[in-house]
Each structure stands twice: as C-alpha cells, then as structure tokens.
Design a protein around this ligand. Structure first.
Ligand code: CAA
Length: 282
C-alpha cells in the first residue's frame, strides 16, 4: 500500500491526510471546492508547524509531508491510481452512497474502500459497491494526529485479508488499531454517547451545572475533557445523529437523546464550530 485517496478535507479528513502523508504515503485529497482544499492544507500546515515547534518532527519532515499531498476536485481522477480510499464526508447516508458509487466505478480493482463513519452501518455502505469484501470501517478520532485509536470495523462481507491489511496499515500510521464488528455505534460511540447523553440529562434535571458535571468526570475519573466539553468538541449535531442511530438501531429507550440536546441543536448551538454549545468559544 503506497498511495491513498482521502475524500473530504474537513476536521477528520484533514487529520487523516496529515497522518498518512506524515508516515510516507502519497495522498490525494479530494474536496468539492478549491477553497475547501486550501483550507484543509492550511490546517495541516498549522498542525505540522505545531509538531515542529514541539520538536516531534523536523522542518524537513514537514516539507516532505506537504510535498506528498496532492489536491483534486474530481473523485474519478483522485481515486484512479490509489491502493486505498478513505471517505470522510458528512454523516449523511445518501451523500456517502453517491460518493462510494463514484469511487467504486473509478478506483482500481485491487483498492480497498474505507469509511471513517462514526455511526452509519459499514455493511449498508459496502452494499452500494460491487466490492463489499474490500469494504471496511476505518474510524479515526479527533484530533487525528494525536489520538492513538483506529477502530477497524468489519462489515458482514469484509474479507479477513482486508481487515489484516487495514490493521497493518493503521500500525504504520503509528496508531493502535482495535477490531470491532458492524453494530450501531460500533464500540466507541456505543459506550461514549450514553455517557455524554447522561451528562446532558444531569444538566437538564438540575443535578449540576455543565462546568461541575465536567469537573467531576475530569478530576474524579481522569478524563482529559469532561463529557460536555467533549460533546461541544465533537459537535452537538453529530452527538444527536449518533444517539439517533443507537436509538433506531437497538430500539432501546436507554439511548433516547436528552431533550436538552435536541433543543440545543434546534437552536443552532452546536459547540465549538458555532462558538457556543454547553460552553462559549471565541
Ligand atoms: N495536531 C497535532 N497536534 C495536536 C493537535 C492537532 N490537531 N491538537 C493537539 N495537539 C497536540 C499538542 O501539540 C500537544 O502536544 P504535546 O503533548 O507534545 O504538548 C498535545 O496534542 C495536547 O494538546 P494541548 O496541550 O493543546 O491540549 P490538551 O492537553 O488539553 O489536549 C486534547 C488536547 C488532545 C484534545 C485532549 O483534551 C484530549 O485528548 N481530549 C479528548 C479528545 C477525544 O476524546 N477525542 C475523541 C472524540 S470522539 C471522535 O473523534 C469520534 C467520534 O466518533 C465522535
């Protein structure tokens, strides 16, 4: 595996491009507009500079990393000569379906197709392609250059050798891959989202203020961020979408989204990206 295409240069996408390029892979970054591609490259540049400042990489490493990245606006061109495609576009099934149909039609036959989805069924996405055995979930965590985990999710038809290849590739990125089977929320969000939801219920029911809920979890449970700060960081809309996937998938009321979460999303208070969620940001 030498060349990779990453579809989408948003928060997750640019982090994924960053780690592949930093670890020696040639990367085609595919975006829909030139300015989105430039914004992704600027973020990567900024995060690499931060690593140079902290003496984790050299200035020469940074230059070489950036030189390995090419941007494209056309999926067909971006995937035509790659060994792996990692999709990181918004969590909308119809959008992913359209994109995977195009990727499948244009990527080489040997290429593995991976989705960074945090909640959509890998089996369902694989079924829109003609290569479900070469389809897999490669779930990274934000901030991608920092977080060690890659949750590797097997769809119903994912071939064992494809799982092995993606486990091996994740290790080459300096990550720690953990395998899981395709089930709503996989492991990460099935465990994380009920905790975030319960923290929101605590605020809603007046058990404690947001900062106090977070202090309990940070100081008492050694979480680097409290659940409400983390919910803002992930995006309250994303948290709500994932909870709905769990709720719909298991038909179990324990996953019902907290009404306060729904209300905040309705109000457009989505967390860091809108400047306000449970906390305010500049
Ligand atoms: N690129 C490169 N390096 C970065 C970075 C980035 N984008 N962001 C932070 N860093 C580095 C910093 O340079 C710093 O490096 P040193 O340790 O060498 O000093 C280190 O990461 C820590 O950063 P900071 O000192 O700025 O801040 P911090 O100590 O408060 O850590 C954090 C920030 C890493 C985000 C930490 O708060 C944390 O781990 N939070 C939890 C994050 C988390 O849970 N993410 C998962 C979200 S869920 C998800 O993504 C998937 C899903 O499906 C919803």
């Amino acid at each position: 595996m030498k060349k990779v295409a990453v579809i989408g240069g948003g928060t997750m996408g640019n982090g994924i491009v960053h780690v592949f390029a930093m670890n020696g892979y040639d990367v085609n970054l595919v975006e829909t507009k030139k300015e989105f591609a430039e914004r992704a490259l600027n973020t990567i540049d900024k995060n690499l500079t931060r690593m140079v400042t902290k003496e984790k990489i050299s200035e020469a490493d940074k230059t070489a990393t950036l030189e390995r990245i090419q941007t494209h606006l056309d999926i067909a061109v971006g995937v035509k000569d790659v060994d792996l495609v990692v999709e990181a576009v918004p969590e909308v099934f119809e959008l992913k379906k359209k994109i995977f149909t195009e990727i499948d039609a244009n990527a080489p036959d040997h290429a593995i197709l991976a989705s960074n989805t945090s909640s959509i069924s890998i089996t369902k996405l694989a079924a829109v392609t003609k290569r479900p055995e070469k389809f897999i979930g490669m779930h990274f965590f934000n901030p991608v250059p920092v977080m060690k985990l890659v949750e590797v999710i097997n769809g119903l038809e994912t071939a064992d050798e494809v799982t092995d290849k993606i486990m091996e590739t994740s290790k080459k990125l300096g990550k720690y891959p953990v395998p899981a089977n395709d089930f709503p929320g996989f492991v990460s969000n099935r465990v994380l989202m009920p905790m975030i939801n319960e923290a929101i219920f605590c605020v809603h029911e007046g058990v404690a203020k947001p900062e106090h809920v977070d202090e309990v979890m940070k100081l008492g449970m050694a979480h680097p961020m409290g659940p409400l700060r983390l919910a803002d960081f992930i995006g309250l809309d994303v948290c709500l979408d994932i909870l709905n996937v769990l709720y719909d998938g298991f038909k179990d009321p324990k996953y019902r989204p907290a009404p306060l979460l729904v209300k905040m999303v309705d109000a457009g208070k989505l967390g860091d990206k809108t400047g306000e969620g449970f906390f305010k940001y500049d």
